[in-house]
Design a protein around this ligand. Structure first.
Ligand code: PLP
Length: 385
């Protein structure tokens, strides 16, 4: 039997290939490859989609986060509160601008920042809070905004995995002060290469980010008012994203259907904890990530035992699965110097040992999904002691 991949971008290309090809050829024929109508058009359409007044396209999700912090003049001596259970980019950009990431533990069921613990981490050096809508599940933004407002902090949302997710009918990226998106190919809205965007309702922040993304100049001249970067989005990627944006809601609801079906098929299986959508939020399921807790006995011997065993069994059956993320950021070599140690953020550490992401993409067919579920149930029956 054929191998089941964690995601499959070729299926999507089969459906929209003609439109993507036409968009690419139009850009090639136009002779305008940087900036221009496609980039501006995409920025307008994406701002309308998120419901913000401004969108600034850039080269990657990492750059979107970096540019946001730069525009807020966050730097040495400043602290930014974020989660230790995320892709490195979230904390990396905080360090890259010279500030210090302050990690706050996650909650067990959504894998998102535990809002009960945010206030205790605020000091007089804190400048911003950077929540991550992990795996496509939204953080409870109204509550976080209330905390931020009380302490006069700025909220920069890392929406890289959650384009289209909502809290109370508002899209993430339009609730905090600044939203940062990635168009890495495996994100829900993926380019055919790297890409990213920043959304905001603040015209001044938007103007600063536009200036910083293009060598610290305004409107393309040779007068530079800040040390910027080159982080422009290619016209080719913008044209492809314009095509794909039209399909995003359909794809997100297909992901939802896949998630519903996983829940339906797996809800009574012992030995696993299924992901949950937070009450009040609407997720977009960039990943379907369940937890496979180790038994107490195994935890003492080998923390990784049960999840890794299951993963190997799936692999042997030709079913790919992924571990996002095997080591929380506070335990990464780069943050060891910062008095970060084992046992500091227990829920994140436990998640790192227990998470397993099953194949998830809009075109995942019921037949293939059945094979994943069959194989998982089979392994679980075998490895439970
Ligand atoms: C993908 C991702 C990023 C970085 O986006 P790139 O476009 O790859 O630079 C940042 N944060 C999170 C949570 C991500 O998943």
């Amino acid at each position: 039997m054929s191998k089941i991949p964690p995601f499959d971008l070729s299926e999507q290309y089969k459906i929209i290939g003609d439109e993507v090809n036409a968009a690419v050829l139009a850009v090639l024929a136009s002779g305008r490859y940087i900036g221009g109508d496609h980039v501006e058009g995409f920025e307008q359409q994406f701002a309308a989609y998120i419901d913000t007044s401004e969108c600034i396209a850039c080269n990657s999700g990492t750059d979107a986060l970096f540019l946001a912090l730069r525009a807020l003049h966050i730097g040495p001596g400043d602290e930014v509160i974020t989660t230790p259970f995320t892709f490195i980019a979230t904390a990396e950009v905080i360090s890259a601008v010279g500030a210090t990431p302050v990690f706050v533990d996650i909650e067990a069921y959504t894998f998102n920042l535990n809002l009960d613990q945010v206030e205790a981490a605020i000091t007089e050096r804190t400048r911003a809070i950077m929540p991550v809508h992990l795996f496509g599940q939204p953080v409870e933004m109204p509550r976080l905004m209330a905390i931020a407002q009380q302490h006069q902090l700025t909220v920069v949302e890392d929406c890289a995995q959650a384009v289209g997710a909502e809290w109370a009918d508002q899209k993430v990226g339009g609730i905090g002060h600044i939203g940062c998106f990635s168009f890495y190919p495996t994100k829900n809205l993926g380019a055919c290469g790297d890409g990213g965007a920043v959304t905001t309702n603040d015209p001044e922040i938007a103007a600063t980010i536009r200036m910083l993304r293009d060598h610290g100049r305004r409107a393309g001249g040779y007068y530079h008012e800040a040390i910027g970067v080159n982080s422009r989005l290619d016209a080719l990627q913008a044209a492809i994203l314009q095509v794909k944006l039209r399909y995003l809601d359909t794809w997100n609801s297909q992901r939802r259907a896949v998630a519903d079906r996983y829940r339906h098929l797996l809800q009574h299986v012992p030995g696993i904890v299924l992901p949950q959508e937070p009450v009040g939020g609407k997720g977009v399921w960039n990943q379907y990530t369940l937890r496979i807790p180790s038994t107490d006995q195994q935890t003492e011997q080998d923390q990784h035992c049960r999840r890794d065993q299951v993963r190997q069994h799936l692999q042997a059956d030709g079913v790919s699965s992924m571990v996002y993320y095997p080591l929380p950021l506070h335990l990464q070599p780069i943050y060891q110097a910062q008095k970060q140690q084992l046992g500091q953020h227990l829920i994140a550490e436990q998640a790192a040992n227990e998470v397993l992401s099953l194949p998830m993409f809009p075109e995942l067919s019921p037949d293939v999904q059945d094979r994943v579920v069959y194989s998982l149930k089979d392994c679980l029956a075998g490895v439970i002691v």
